[in-house]
Design a protein around this ligand. Sequence first.
Ligand code: SF4
Length: 501
Amino acid sequence: MNSLEVNAAPTIPGPEVSRPRIGFASLGCPKNLVDSEVMMGLLAEAGATITSDAETADVLVVNTCSFIDKAKQESVDTILEMAQHKTAGRAQRLVVAGCMVERYRDEIQKNIPEVDAVVGTGELQQILTAAGLASPRPAAGNSPFRILTVAEAAVAHRAEGDHREKQGRFSRESWDGAIASLPNYLYNEHTPRLRTTARSSAYVKIAEGCDHPCGFCIIPQLRGKFRSRRFESVVAEVERLVTEGVQEVTLIGQDTTCYGEDFGMKDGLAQLLDRLARIDGVRWLRFLYAYPNRVTPTLLETMARHENICKYLDVPLQHAAPNVLKRMKRGGGADIFLKMIERVRAAMPEITLRTSFIAGFPGETQADFDLLMDFVREARFNWLGVFEYSDEEGSAAYALDGKVSRRTIGARQRKLMRNQLQISRKACATQVDSVMDVLVEGESEETPLLWQGRSAMHAPEIDGKILINDLGPYASVQAGKFYRCEITDAHDYDLIARVVA
Ligand code: SF4
């Protein structure tokens, strides 16, 4: 079970004995994790105890991911595993939530009779009734959910989203089992949330949904049109998180660089970063998932100006061959991206760059792939992920010709990663002898003889790590605290360090 450990004890009244125990499994990306944390917060507020032990839970919840085939399979496997607990164990109810519900709402209950209720990505407050606890909170007035009023909805969309809607971007008509209406909610600073990340780190979702037309992606159909959280709401949440001991804030959304466009803001993300960086106690601030043509001079200047904004840019490029990018409905190409990277490095020479690509998109020729390989060598990303193309029904790419064989896709993915290994090895070696702040996360996953941490060049969970084998002046170190460390050795993706202060 991919169960979640809750690190912040809820302040819930009521006797322990009467509290239903809820086992929660969260799959997929950090955006889904925040949804899980919100649902757990609502359940805890209603009197439930959240447990990571499926054996002793009265209610089991699986928050699913439906991004690509592999993710769907993992979701189905987890639902079936939980269904067994319900059949053979103590659990009375099984609830399925998340992206898979948006895609297969009816099918899930029809095909897995153990499932008692489903909760889509736009109805998180329904988790209470789904779990058999209480009526959902009212959708207006003092509700912690920002359900858009008709008046707000009229101004809270971007023109691009409305245009794409007319083109059918968000249509789910051809999806058996899905309902027509799109999710349209946002949590806010008042929404209860039980964080499951380390005490010193938190994700903050600043926007939801996406208006981009990327041909391989069904997230817009699953999550709805792009909408931003109110500026003051994000600021208030980060201020509160800091009082709870959070020092590292990671801003997320399907595309964080569109932040505020639905409110008519220009360079909204830069404005938000500028404000959040001024909050006392925010030591590391970063954002993930930038769209390449929205990495503006103002955004770079803002990142460079604030010491506590990590010099870290995650910009998924998906490919570098212009004709593949055109078929992907994204645009751009190696030359344009290299210029963008040059601008970024000119503004912040110490920047850490992360990107991701898709190998084997329909129509990708050997020449396209070779161009991508050359681009990766030239761009020298610090961190890189490569997804194998997954043919998703409902995506525009599903109807494209020129499908690449699974074998070739796998071979290309592996070749890109081998290429990156050389680049990463060299980049890691250049860090030896440097001294940097390291956030200690705990004992190493590999051996209790080492401690594990991250520097500003490592985002939570996705990048390499720093392994500490020498505590220097300390007899012991504490998880969640920052230490000054000297890098003493380098591996392919990880660094070895000694604490110096
Ligand atoms: S930017 Fe493209 S890939 Fe990312 S969520 Fe939006 S449509 Fe999907």
